[in-house]
Design a protein around this ligand. Structure first.
Ligand code: F6R
Length: 804
């Protein structure tokens, strides 16, 4: 099984000599880039040297040279280990040479696959790690990210047919089903497979319910890979070594002509499929400032003599090799063979019956599938054209550089990420427009429609939800429309009524969060105008929305959302400003905010100077078991977000509390032992916040203050901790609606330092407790009762939660 937090990766070299060491390194490096998605076990599969020789010398590659491959000593090697990718490397180093790996042997043609996992079905044991295999001969080897919801009946059926399962996972049914189906179509008299690899995978995938990104490798189809996607992210990346080595951009562009997509004889791009591709491009175009540019459709079709392909759960795993990517759509299936690739559309449901009606999905699993469906199966599906896009992501963005952790790097990057979010969008005041203005190409054509909505609903999860909460007062103030906030899971659980006249804004860093994506599908089906505010370009939410704003914070690798959070707030503030552009009564307010946006990166740079002070504060809090964070108005979101960060990475209990609710329950918790962090920066609610602080202090509460006025009444009364740490954080002041951006930063730093001081690895991903098996739940509870947990791994969320 692979779950929301898993990463899959593949590397194919065609006509480019690569040693097995190089190939293993490529697979392992890909996994390291994806390790933030899950790291409790990892695995990879590559070919033994003898089979590769057969494949490369026999047919010069793929497709035609199936005969005889897959027999005898050609079983792909599979290595699996629990723990991080380092453990896998150790396993390959120690067992590889005795199992058929020859480090220095160079292979001209090869296809390898790899996986990094976070356990949900079955504990992290080698037997549950991917790749999963069909049989002891490894005829089919599969890596999977997602969840197969009908794995139980498939497993029963396969067991009835003699298959023996070794793992507790849902994924294992997939390679076994592939073998079962392969065996039900006996080879031709010259011992070639009767089905192409693509056709076989198509049959397998038809039987699967749930979400998946899958990569299949098989000894029957050496050098080939087939990948399929539904609901979990997957992209194909293409590297033309000649182009990559060329010194000039012109040479690179010319060499790019090699990167051809093959088309099958059934008629090239099918109408519906082509339409879908165009639709995607229209969506991508409609979001302004995309982080990808698109290549023109290739004119020639020919195979490349030398080419490398990569398949990966996300772009960070491929960017060091190439920027040319094809983002796959749900129900796309990619076939890599013979130095070219083709993308096909998979049909859902069973193969059509003779009368054209779809056959029951499992009809052919009864055992006579070959006879009943062989004719149908031999018709390959139509290809679909997918544009090769150029990633505008730089390798440095996915490297830690001088920083110990991605979280630290990303916190400190915020002045730049905010500038990037605003670049070209916040237009300075000038003679033509004295107050300045906002330009958001991705939604400019929809401003009228949004303004005419009967309400605006913001739908998101976690920090992204807090970003919406931070901006709600401003959207209400500037648009005078009813604004509703929805946590995506609750929105879905309630089947919240949505109407044609609604605008639904989906906010997500990853653009792949399952709950948010399902909520989007639901709102779309209700006819609402759907707007995406997304950081990951080409992600499912970015593609499925009618229009949107790219957050443009740059790649966020650390598991905790930091720079994406502050850039989300700024994106939503810009949206609110644009929506109120026509309102003369709001002109002064708008001008004030636009001016503050322009100085915001500097204010964030200033607040980052508190780093050392915050580390001292964190030291004074390191042994605490709990902390409450109070905020109200513009900073209610700040309180929730600070508490989430502390929970998520420092693994310390923390609650964000609306200060106005303090007397309605939380006050009972207040005594001298519990740290209370109060966000009390100047805005229209300061007097009320001061009063809350006074009441907390009257109960003996240990208050830590965030203020913007060091000489204010609250700050003067604050004092310091017994070990000398100041209890007052003085932050720069900005306009009220942007203060939450400035205020979030020291609290991110506090969570970061607490985490490091408590001995946890800040950047690693862990699953939500709700998807942990019972034994890990028990472990989690045990750890949560401990004050500190030196050297332990954290249990924070996976970066991208692609299952509900
Ligand atoms: C917290 C965090 C999560 C995400 C949430 C939604 O630091 O990262 O709470 O904000 O899982 O993720 P996206 O924004 O990718 O939809």
């Amino acid at each position: 099984m692979g779950k929301g937090g898993c990463g899959i990766f593949a590397y194919v070299n065609h006509g480019v000599g690569r040693s097995q060491r190089f190939i293993v390194d490529a697979l392992v490096t890909g996994l390291r880039r994806l390790e933030y998605r899950g790291y409790d076990s990892a695995g990879l599969s590559l070919d033994r040297v003898p089979s590769l020789k057969a494949a490369s010398t026999g047919s010069n590659g793929h497709g035609a040279g199936h005969g005889g491959a897959g027999q005898g000593g050609s079983a792909p090697l599979v290595f699996r280990a629990t723990g991080k990718v380092d453990a896998l490397v150790a396993c390959v180093e120690s067992t590889g040479p005795t199992s058929g790996l020859a480090w220095e042997v160079e292979l001209d043609f090869h296809a390898g696959i790899a996986h990094t996992r976070w356990a949900t079905h079955g504990p992290p044991l080698p037997k549950n790690a991917h790749p999963h295999v069909s049989d002891s001969g490894h005829a089919f080897v599969v890596v999977h990210n997602g969840i197969i919801t009908n794995h139980a009946p498939l497993r029963e059926m396969l067991q009835r047919h003699g298959f023996v399962f070794e793992s507790d996972t849902d994924t294992e049914v997939i390679p076994k089903l592939a073998k079962y189906l392969y065996d039900s179509f006996p080879p031709t008299p010259d011992n070639s497979p009767r089905l192409s690899f693509l056709q076989l995978v198509q049959l397998v995938v038809r039987e699967l319910d749930g979400a998946y990104a899958l990569i299949f490798k098989s000894s029957h189809y050496p050098g080939e890979l087939v990948a399929a996607k539904r609901g979990s992210p997957l992209l194909l990346a293409i590297r033309d070594p000649a182009a990559a080595d060329a010194a000039t951009a012109a040479a690179a562009a010319a060499a790019g002509e090699h990167l051809q997509q093959r088309s099958n004889s059934s008629g090239g791009s099918g109408g519906a499929a082509t339409g879908a591709a165009d639709g995607v491009l229209a969506t991508a175009d409609s979001h302004d400032r995309p982080a990808m540019t698109q290549r023109p459709r290739p004119g020639k079709r020919r195979r490349a003599d030398q080419i490398e392909f990569f398949l990966a759960s996300d772009a960070s795993a491929v960017i060091e090799h190439t920027k040319k990517v094809v983002v796959l759509e749900d129900d796309d299936c990619v076939h890599l063979a013979g130095g070219s690739y083709a993308v096909y559309r998979l049909q859902r449901g069973g193969p059509p019956a003779a009368d054209g009606a779809p056959a029951p999905a499992s009809a052919f699993l009864s055992g006579d599938g070959a006879d009943a469906h062989g004719g149908v199966l031999l018709n390959p599906p139509a290809t679909v054209h997918r544009v090769i896009q150029t990633l505008e992501l730089e390798v440095e963005q996915i490297m830690r550089g001088k920083w110990d952790h991605f979280m630290a790097k990303e916190i400190h990057e915020q002045p730049d990420s905010l500038r990037q979010t605003m670049r070209g969008r916040v237009i300075s005041p000038g003679p033509a427009c004295p107050a300045g203005r906002i330009q958001l190409g991705g939604i400019s054509g929809f401003v009228g429609a949004i303004r005419r909505s009967r309400r605006i609903m913001f739908i998101a999860c976690g920090s992204s939800f807090h970003g919406c909460l931070a901006v709600r007062p401003l959207v209400e103030e500037l648009t005078e429309l009813p604004v509703q906030l929805e946590l995506a899971s609750d929105f879905l659980d309630r089947r919240c009524p949505v109407f044609r006249g609604d605008t639904c804004v989906f906010v997500s860093q990853s653009g792949e969060t399952a709950d948010t994506l399902r909520a989007l599908e639901y709102a779309k089906s209700a006819g609402a105008l759907c707007v995406g505010v997304v950081n990951a370009v080409g992600s499912a939410i970015a593609r499925a929305t009618d229009c949107g704003i790219h957050i443009n914070a740059g790649a966020e690798i650390g598991v905790a959302s930091t720079k994406a959070y502050t850039s989300q707030i700024v994106s939503l503030v810009m949206m609110a400003l644009l929506l109120s552009e026509d309102s003369a009564s709001k002109a002064t307010r708008r001008a004030e905010i636009i001016a503050a946006l322009q100085t915001l990166p500097d204010a964030v740079a200033d607040v980052l100077r508190l780093d050392a002070q915050i580390r001292v504060l964190a030291t004074s809090l390191v042994k605490e078991q709990s902390m409450l964070v109070f905020g109200r108005g513009w900073n209610y979101a700040t309180a929730l977000e600070a508490a989430l960060k502390v929970k998520e990475v420092a693994l310390m209990h923390s609650e964000g509390i609306l200060a106005g609710e303090m007397k309605h329950g939380p006050l009972a918790l207040v005594d001298a032992s519990l740290p209370l962090l109060c966000v009390a920066t100047s805005d229209g609610h300061l007097a009320k916040m001061e009063s809350v602080c006074e009441q907390l202090r009257a109960r003996g509460g240990r208050i830590i203050l965030m203020v913007d006025d060091a000489r204010g009444r609250l700050a003067q009364a604050a004092g310091s901790t017994p070990d000398g740490a100041s209890r007052v954080l003085v932050v720069p002041r900005t306009v009220d609606c942007l203060q939450s951006v400035v205020n979030a930063v020291p609290l991110q730093l506090l969570a970061y330092h607490l985490t490091v001081l408590r001995g946890h690895n800040v950047d690693r991903a862990c699953p939500r407790p709700s998807v942990l098996p019972p034994c890990l739940h028990a472990l989690l509870r045990f750890y949560l009762t401990r004050m500190t947990m030196p050297h332990a791994e954290p249990r924070n969320l996976a970066k991208s939660v692609t299952v509900e």
